[in-house]
Ligand binder design. Structure first.
Ligand code: NAP
Ligand code: G4F
Length: 324
């Protein structure tokens, strides 16, 4: 049997790097789309760079997407590229819409025109639930996004559903709740906390400024979540799935566990700072993963406390290495 080929947009991101590793383990040829920058930033994929093919393309440029599909003929496309930081979406709402919303149509159009048998995964988000209409959230919960990012993701979700229904594409939308790892961008709250905890422990920082400590998220481990993406594209019916841990924790609880892990008391270091408050907040996310568990057999392997400890330990190790 010939080797399967998968294209990942956003391969330089957190999820792209874990998905690429996972697909390589499954025996895939992995093609990663990266946008042109003046200096390359392959930190998250440098350990697998020799095993994957990196190609230039941009979700803003339709012809680059068509050309990549024509040249590499993947059987699976994972659309992970996006402007993914919620606060930036208020500062750059139009750009966020171009990448995160219209970018999905551009790649779906490329799939439809080049090879409609391609199986397509869209990285949708629990941010679409926003001001939640029910608790916990399922595939049937109505959306009420609270940021330009959330609004753009709702568009990306519905255009994926629409192309599945209009053109019979094998297109799936994974509604993923927050998933984290040592590779998470430093601006996201989990990595911001664990990085600061490690710095404070090593005497390199004095405090940690955060926004809303009461906000709650359903946090899981990114390495587990990319497995769910792949499962959605394996033989069966194309559909949409909520992927979540089914637990929710506050930012305050995350701080408590992270500081506890290094023997410190979070109250002595955390400062609430209005600069990190959002114009509109998503207060209470908790997903129900029953469908993905029953239909695809997906289960997470890393618990919330294990995730926090893994991230603190990784930051301590990196900072110690950098200092040595
Ligand atoms: P991330 O670390 O921010 O990575 C985003 C990726 O998209 C990067 O590789 C980035 O490239 C690329 N990108 C941005 N704009 C692009 C463009 N115009 N053309 C081509 N590539 C572009 O995000 P992540 O955490 O891995 O998340 C992956 C996807 O899942 C995103 O769509 C995100 O919105 C969605 N999602 C994430 C979570 C989560 O908790 N992590 C939950 C639900 C949904 P550069 O390296 O060049 O910036
Ligand atoms: O870590 P966050 O920035 O992630 P957020 O906004 O939930 O978005 C992430 O998860 C989504 C899935 O639901 C993805 F779609 C999206 O792409 C991204 O990966 O913030 C989490 C919570 C928020 O309620 C925020 O207000 O933490 C609160 N928070 C409190 N202090 C903070 C801070 N967030 C950040 N980034 N920085 C703070 O200082």
């Amino acid at each position: 049997m010939s080797q399967k080929r998968a294209l990942i947009t956003g391969i330089t991101g957190q999820d792209g790097s874990y998905l690429a590793e996972f697909l390589l383990q499954q025996g895939y040829k992995v093609i990663g789309m990266v946008r042109r920058t003046s200096t390359v930033n392959f930190d998250r994929i440098k350990h697998i760079q020799d095993d994957i093919e990196v190609v230039q393309g941009d979700l803003l440029d339709q012809s680059s997407l068509i050309e990549i599909l024509r040249d590499y003929r993947p059987q699976e496309v994972y659309n992970l590229a996006a402007q993914s930081f919620v606060p930036t979406s208020w500062k750059q709402p139009v750009l966020t819409g171009e990448f995160t919303a219209l970018g999905v149509t551009r790649i779906l159009e490329a799939v439809r025109n080049v090879d409609p048998t391609i199986r397509f995964y869209q990285a949708s988000s629990s941010e679409m639930f926003g001001k939640v209409q029910e608790v916990p959230q399922t595939e049937k919960t109505p959306f009420y996004p609270r940021s330009p990012y959330g609004v753009a993701k709702v568009y990306g979700h519905w255009i994926t559903v629409n192309y599945r229904e209009s053109y019979n594409l094998y297109a799936c939308s994974g509604i993923l709740f927050n998933h984290e790892s040592p590779r998470r961008g430093l601006e996201f709250v989990t990595h911001k906390i664990t990085h600061a905890v490690a710095k404070i422990k090593l005497g390199q920082a004095k405090d940690l400024h955060l926004g809303n400590l009461d906000s709650k998220r359903d946090w899981g481990y990114a390495g587990d979540y990319v497995r769910a993406m792949w499962l959605m594209l394996q033989p069966g019916q194309p559909d949409d799935y909520v992927v979540a841990s089914g637990e929710t924790h506050s930012v305050r609880e995350f701080c408590e566990l992270a500081f506890d892990h290094v023997g410190l008391k979070w109250e002595q270091y955390v400062v609430q700072d209005p600069a990190f408050m959002r114009p509109a907040e998503v207060d209470h996310l908790i997903g129900n993963p029953a469908k993905v568990s029953q239909v695809l057999g997906w289960k997470p392997s890393v618990s919330f406390p294990q995730l926090v400890q893994m991230m603190v330990d990784a930051d301590l190790e990196t900072l110690k290495k950098d200092g040595a």
